[in-house]
Design a protein around this ligand. Sequence first.
Ligand code: HPA
Length: 234
Amino acid sequence: MTVHIGAKPGDIAETVLLPGDPYRARWAAETFLTDVRLVNEVRGMLGFTGTWKGNRVTIQGSGMGMPSLSIYVNELIRDYDAKTLIRIGSCGGMQDAVKVRDVILAMTATTMSTPSLGIFRELNFAPSADWSLLRAAAAAAEARGTPTHVGGIYSSDTFYDERPDLNTEMTRHGILGVEMEAAELYILAARYRRRALAVLTVSDHLLTGEALPSDQRETSFGDMVEIALEAAFA
Ligand code: HPA
C-alpha cells in the first residue's frame, strides 16, 4: 500500500494502462481483460488487474492533469515497480488533417507544467515516447486500419484556457493535439528508465469545434485500448 494506492505488493502488473477516468479503467478492464480483480479504490481512483492474451495487465485511473497523474505514476514506478506505462485518453485536435475519432500516438509532449519547470528551469527538456512502444503501436494501428497520426502533442495544465495564443503557436508548429497528462508521464519514465507511451483518441477539435457525441466515445476508446495492449506485448 502507498499513500494513494491500496493495492498489495504484487497486485500491480508490470504493464499499466492509465486512463484519466476511473470509470473508463473499469470499462476497459471488464471489456478487454479476463480474471479481473479490483486492486485499488482509494479516493475512487479505481485500478484493476487482469489478463490479456496470457499477459498480466493493470488498468489504473490517473485522474485529470499532470499533478494527479504524477502521484499515481510515481507510486506505480517507485513502490510497485511498473515497467511499461501507457496513457489511454482523449485529446483535442489541433490540425486540419487530424479528425475527431482519429488516434494520435504522441512521439513528444511539449509542456510548461510546473513539475517539469521546477526541475529544468531554463532548459527545454524534450519528453518523448519509448521507441519500441511507439513503433509497435503504429504497426498495430495500421494493421487495424485505424486512422492514426504520429507526432508531437501539447500537454497543457488547463482545460479552460486563458492563453489561446499558446494553442495558436502549437498549431503553427505542427502539434497534433492537446491533452493534460502525457508530458509528466514521459518525464517520469525518462527519470526512472521505464517505457512510456500516450495513445490518444481525438474527442474534440479546437479548429472546427466538433466534438465526439457521448454515445460514440466508447467504440473509439476501445480501439485505443486494443492498440495500447498490442503495443505493450508486441
Ligand atoms: N484541452 C485539453 N485537454 C483535452 C482537450 C482539450 O481541448 N480535449 C481532450 N482533452
